[in-house]
Design a protein around this ligand. Structure first.
Ligand code: KE4
Length: 428
């Protein structure tokens, strides 16, 4: 595969951008090699600056569920742009998108638009702390909720201790307010809650984990979390930045019928433009300035162009049959890849929730981060490059998701399965 142009651009990028990328995972560090610079994208396809084309299963990490440059989204963005790109004042589009979110996501009665998932999560946590007047939060190992300081925290040694910073620059004092527990581990989580109940204000969870690879909740996990948080008067926050409008039009909360107190959204609701949102019970959201005392603001929040792209995307997703088609293709793809691994006798533990697919190079089962970390990441790197050479662009990390769009056709699915049959045997 020719990569001269990408390599030259990457060299140039590293002179002026740390690591040559504006977000670490794009740098291919965990799979090796240099990142490809994308020239354009359309539908399910990417084209890089050397003219190589790929079937895209990253979809900009989630937003592009309708595929790239969807005609209606492009048209909406162009016409919004012609009316001005930002007013810093209310506009009809942001109200329409808020109304659509309120109508579609079961637990959301009011919502605030922001500019990223990180911003959505940090605002939801500030609100939860203000409402409960308790500062400690609990997150789960392997779940990622953006890069706000108090969430870049890893498990302290032993379960009972509070978190420790997972990045330089995060003060110990911040990490001290963050507890971590293993995902899907009810027993350990219960112990932590009992021990810290008096100052535990909120529990935040990815209802389907998408940042340790894809790890679904075990059946009792989410209902139990809802029960125990109600029992201890702790707020339950669902981080649906990936799962929102992905695994179900109403998100994971609609799929699993478990309603959190607050929900964080992002990605899909912006149709590929910068966006985030947090919302939930009206009594909580009414605490947000200027309605209430909890401050949160943003120059480009509710941006007219971003909301135009988001509106077009969400309106399309609400059409009948969209998720049924996504489910059919995703199921066929997952089964096909699984068969290819089995045929090649390569241990490969698969997970899937709707059009969110995961695959770990380990016998499995994988139900938490410790299990995910047992997977053979060197083998994943070889698989990644093998598939890339067959024109299939997967996430350049074992700990991400493989995502489908409505632009992925059955022919694409069969092409991907054929590539897997060619690549798996080379991993022996
Ligand atoms: P952003 O600030 O990147 O918009 O969203 C942060 C975030 C919050 N919550 C969840 C569950 C997320 O997955 C994310 C961001 N997702 C990663 C990929 N898994 C974005 C890719 C990147 O960091 O470049």
């Amino acid at each position: 595969m020719k990569t001269r142009q990408s390599r030259a651009k990457f060299k140039r990028a590293q002179l002026v951008i740390p690591g040559g990328v504006n977000s670490p995972v794009r740098a291919f560090r965990s799979v090796g090699g240099d990142p490809l610079f994308i020239k354009q994208a359309n539908g399910a396809m990417l084209e890089d600056v050397d003219g190589n084309t790929f079937l895209d299963y990253v979809l900009s990490w989630g937003p592009m569920i309708l595929g790239h440059a969807h005609a209606k989204v492009v048209k909406a963005v162009i016409s919004a742009t012609k009316r001005g790109t930002s007013y810093g004042a209310p506009c009809a589009g942001e109200v329409e998108l808020a109304e659509l979110i309120v109508k579609t996501v079961p637990s959301i009665e009011q919502v605030r638009l922001v500019n990223s998932g990180t911003e959505a999560v940090m605002s939801a946590i500030r609100l939860a702390r203000a409402y409960t007047k308790r500062d400690t939060i609990l997150k789960f190992d392997g779940c990622y909720h953006g890069h706000a300081d108090h969430l870049l925290v890893k498990a302290g040694s032993g379960v009972a201790t509070l978190g420790i910073p997972d990045s330089p620059g995060v003060p110990e004092s911040f990490a001290r307010h963050t507890l971590t527990a293993p995902y899907n581990d009810i027993k350990t989580t219960e112990k932590l809650i009992h021990k810290h109940a008096k100052d535990l204000g909120a529990i935040i969870v990815e209802p389907v984990a998408g940042n340790m690879g894809v790890v679904p909740p075990i059946d009792e996990f989410l209902p139990w979390l809802r029960m125990i948080t109600q029992k201890y008067d702790i707020l339950l926050i669902f981080d649906e930045v990936i799962t929102g409008f992905r695994v179900h039009v109403g998100g994971a909360q609609a799929l699993y019928k478990v309603l959190p107190d607050l929900t964080c959204l992002g990605k899909i609701i912006g149709g590929g433009l910068p966006i985030g949102a947090y919302g939930g019970r009206k009594d909580l959201m009414q605490m947000i300035a200027p309605a209430g005392p909890v401050y949160q603001a943003g120059t480009l929040s509710g941006n007219p162009v971003a909301v135009a792209a988001g509106l077009e995307t969400v309106r399309h997703l609400k059409k009948p049959g969209v998720y049924k088609e996504l489910e059919k293709n995703s199921k066929e793809l997952a089964e096909g890849i699984g068969e290819a691994a089995k045929y090649a006798k390569i241990p490969y533990y698969q997970t899937r929730v709707g059009s969110m697919l995961g695959g770990f190079f380990t016998e499995g089962p994988v139900i938490d981060y410790a299990g995910a970390k047992k997977s053979d990441t060197a083998r994943y790197a070889k698989f990644f490059h093998g598939m890339l050479n067959h024109g299939i662009y997967l996430a350049p990390s074992q700990f991400e998701a493989m995502l489908l769009s409505t632009a992925h056709t059955n022919r694409h699915i069969r092409q991907t399965i054929a590539a897997a049959h060619a690549v798996f045997p080379t991993l022996r």
